[in-house]
Design a protein around this ligand. Sequence first.
Ligand code: 0O2
Length: 247
Amino acid sequence: MPMDLQKLEALKQEIVRFMMTYKFAVDELTTKVEILKQEFQYMHDYNPIEHVTSRVKSPESILQKAVRKQVPLTLPSIRENIRDIAGLRIVCSFVSDIYKISEMLQKQACLSVAECKDYIKRPKPNGYRSLHLIVQVPVFMTEGIEKVWAEIQIRTIAMDFWASLEHKLNYKYNYEIPQPLLDELCTAAEAVAQLDSRMERIHQEINNFKANNHQTCEDLHELRLNNHRFHLPRSFLNMLLAADENS
Ligand code: 0O2
């Protein structure tokens, strides 16, 4: 094989491996979040996560961002400086869920959270709201562990609705949205924040109601796992209670 072709082949392999690490990081994160979701559902009897999406930035989009941020165009430099090549988006029902999920993720021993950008407490000037965690995920490769940067965006359904519309408009207008539309978007972002706080208040009311109504005996005989209900025979519970008393 001519030298140039050999070099090209080696470079291609390096790029494929580079991209693969981000795919694996996304897979790892998706599994972690799925486990948190199921545990949360069991402990709190409701599902805080509406849906989760993920993506690995395309090579074209990585290059555009590297040029925009004046990052040297080498793989090590891109790996270190572009930290949202692997991305996970968690869409929640309520703002309080965003912080609960963020806290749970920050407690995960194998995830190191390097940065938390709170665009909910400090929205961007255009009205963008979301919580971003910049994390390092250990990925187990044949040649050892690689720590891969990833961005986790956590937002409510309403914030997500706004962000995807704004994203579409930016695409349509090539990042030069006319001023009247920008103003409309800003007003809509305010309405989103108001809606989220009203929904939060209603949610708190429901929680208070639940807390004041004690668990029924029937609940104690039911086990829920991944939305499946299992019946725990009374004799089994009695046996465990007896064993506990004797120990
Ligand atoms: P894409 O196409 O979604 O991947 P920084 O150096 O921290 O200032 P960075 O890395 O751009 O710059 O961080 P930032 O501002 O937290 O944005 C990271 C990602 O958040 C963006 O990635 C978007 O996905 C999302 N985001 C940030 N601001 C906005 C916004 O105003 N509107 C919408 N719709 N999304 C936003 P990319 O690479 O820009 O885009």
